[in-house]
Design a protein around this ligand. Sequence first.
Ligand code: ADP
Ligand code: ZN
Ligand code: MG
Length: 301
Amino acid sequence: MTWEIVIGLETHVELATKTKIFCACSTAFGGPPNTHCCPVCTGMPGALPVLNKKALEFAVKAGLALNCSITQHSRFDRKNYFYPDLPKAYQISQLYLPIARDGAVSIHTGAGNKTVRIHELHMEEDAGKMVHLGGGEGRIAGATHSLVDYNRAGTPLIELVTEPDLRTPEEARLFMQKLRQIYLAIGISDCSMEEGSLRCDGNVSLRRRGTTAFGTKTELKNMNSFKNLHDGLAYEICRQAEVLEEGGVIYQETRHWDPTAKRTIVMRVKETADDYRLFPEPDLAPYDLTDEFIEGVRAKL
Ligand code: ADP
Ligand code: ZN
Ligand code: MG
């Protein structure tokens, strides 16, 4: 009762284009490992990306369906980090000029309708998939071998970031369900949470009731079902409340929800934007969306 819950979600959805976002490789799920690959999506030196127009159309469609304003002049940026699932050692994303911003979605809670503000939607490419062998439950801890499959690398994604408007794990679940319905209705993704085409990270913090300043948040990963999203947030809220009640501090960190052990564990302390050496992507020209293009997409909604 002392604490008010503040939740914001970051979601990723894989777009149902036939080919990847910057090359002509297939986006089909499954297939023998490393067969849907080419020099572009495996980051070979000198390979050049070309933007998939269908991915752009789907992103605009999502932006319009979520009541956003569309950024007509935009471009891509590089987000640099080193990890084996990212063969170029950078992800092409939109950090500075997201394709859509300032949207809103309404959800129906027990207490009536509630508006959840959308901060932004941006386009980016998915990473490859790592498989860890020899450890428990496919986790890297204790693994003896790590394998990587680049079939998923370069699959078009839309990342959506909400404002911290959600106040309960139940509202977070309702929001994700609504988002899934919208994406399915406009036909931009199969939204299969089992196959990872729709994913969600939950940011959560507590503040003393009656105060306005936000508390320090933690970010929960692996919320790959509506139940995990709800239960992971509910656990994390209790954990934070206990720490705060005892006069402790919450550290801004990324935590992993373990549904079997029913607890969250620290993955890493929060990286800052500086760690990613963000800069405009030099291999792709900026683009301008005409009114005709946008209205053409709106007409298909
Ligand atoms: P970061 O810089 O850590 O990525 P952002 O400000 O970009 O943080 O927000 C990321 C997500 O976290 C958004 O969905 C936002 O609504 C949510 N968020 C931001 N601050 C808080 C907070 N104090 N408590 C809960 N959620 C938050
Ligand atoms: Zn390719
Ligand atoms: Mg952020």
